[in-house]
Design a protein around this ligand. Structure first.
Ligand SMILES: Nc1ncnc2c1ncn2[C@@H]1O[C@H](COP(=O)(O)OP(=O)(O)O)[C@@H](O)[C@H]1O
Ligand SMILES: [Mg+2]
Length: 275
């Protein structure tokens, strides 16, 4: 009986895993940014990775997309080891992952509709009519129906983020990565973006990884949190578990005070006086 249960559990664990980082090390020159990061992301969770500016959060997203290769350790998307893939294999993995960039990264010479249609035109065989329908549906989802002919420069910061979000969804990805989705927005628009992230990912049963250094947003959106500090995941758990953490680094970051271990000088670039 026990053996059966264990097998079930093991199978669940392997099919339920969306992303895994295993002992990942990454340096830029002699600067060690990730120093043995291990992290599992399960299907349908919203994992929020928190950490100081320069801690390596964006770097983790780039490793998952295979844009960066680790110096040691492995990165998996489902059963695929991204860190060992060639460019052709990576293309197929990337078409299943949506990325919402920090600055939205819209093409400035194209309308909102053209920006959203581009991945569908380049990566699928869908007809123009099908593409139009998908674009309309995604714009509706982010409450921007009617803005399809707008140029990116005409959009407010919050609208740009929503277009970036809609574009990440056009390929109906299994996983969406968000890089600082609410940074630079006023608190009300930031909360609106958080709500959209929660609603859209739960409605479409999409897994998401959100990196941010904004605590209100992190606690609002997360089903689980992980904190990156000095190249390692120093704490992970549910929002409630995080609030009860006794780790001094976590306590300091959550409180946002200068009291604690965080401002101590170290060999890590992110804490060097040059920053
Ligand atoms: N391509 C790169 N070349 C050199 N250093 C980089 C590169 N990308 C990031 N870094 C450095 O790695 C550290 C982590 O960067 P990043 O992942 O962007 O941090 P975060 O997103 O947490 O603010 C920073 O010190 C940054 O300057
Ligand atoms: Mg970043």
């Amino acid at each position: 009986m026990t053996a059966v249960l264990e097998t079930d559990h093991a199978q669940q664990a392997s099919t339920g895993r969306m992303v895994a980082l295993q002992n990942v090390e990454l340096s830029f020159g002699d600067k060690r940014v990730l120093d043995g990061v291990s992290l599992d992301v399960h299907q349908q969770e919203r994992l929020v990775v928190i950490g100081q500016s320069g801690a390596g959060k964006t770097t983790i997203l780039r490793l998952i997309l295979g844009i960066l290769k680790p110096n040691a350790g492995s990165v998996f998307f489902k059963q695929n080891e991204v860190s060992r893939m060639n460019d052709h294999q990576l293309e197929s993995v990337r078409s299943r992952i949506g990325m919402v960039y920090q600055d939205a990264a819209l093409l400035s010479s194209m309308t909102v509709r053209e920006n959203l249609a581009l991945p569908l035109q380049e990566l699928t065989n869908k007809t123009p009519a099908e593409i139009d329908r998908i674009v309309d549906e995604k714009l509706e989802m982010v409450e921007l129906a009617g803005e399809d002919k707008t140029m990116p420069f005409e959009l407010s910061g919050g609208m740009r983020k929503r277009v970036g979000l809609a574009r990440a969804l056009v390929m109906e990805p299994e996983l969406v990565l968000f890089d600082e989705p609410t940074q630079g927005l006023d608190p009300v628009i930031g909360a609106l973006i958080d709500e959209l992230i929660i609603n859209l990912t739960s409605r479409t049963k999409t897994t998401s990884i959100i990196v941010t250094h904004l605590m209100d947003s992190a606690f609002h959106v997360a089903t689980r949190l992980a904190m990156l500090y000095r190249g390692q995941i120093v704490e992970q758990g549910t929002p409630d578990e995080f609030k009860r953490s006794t780790n001094p680094v976590v306590i300091q970051f959550l409180r946002g005070t200068t009291e604690g271990p965080m401002l101590n000088r170290s060999k890590y670039h992110m804490l060097s006086p040059a920053d």
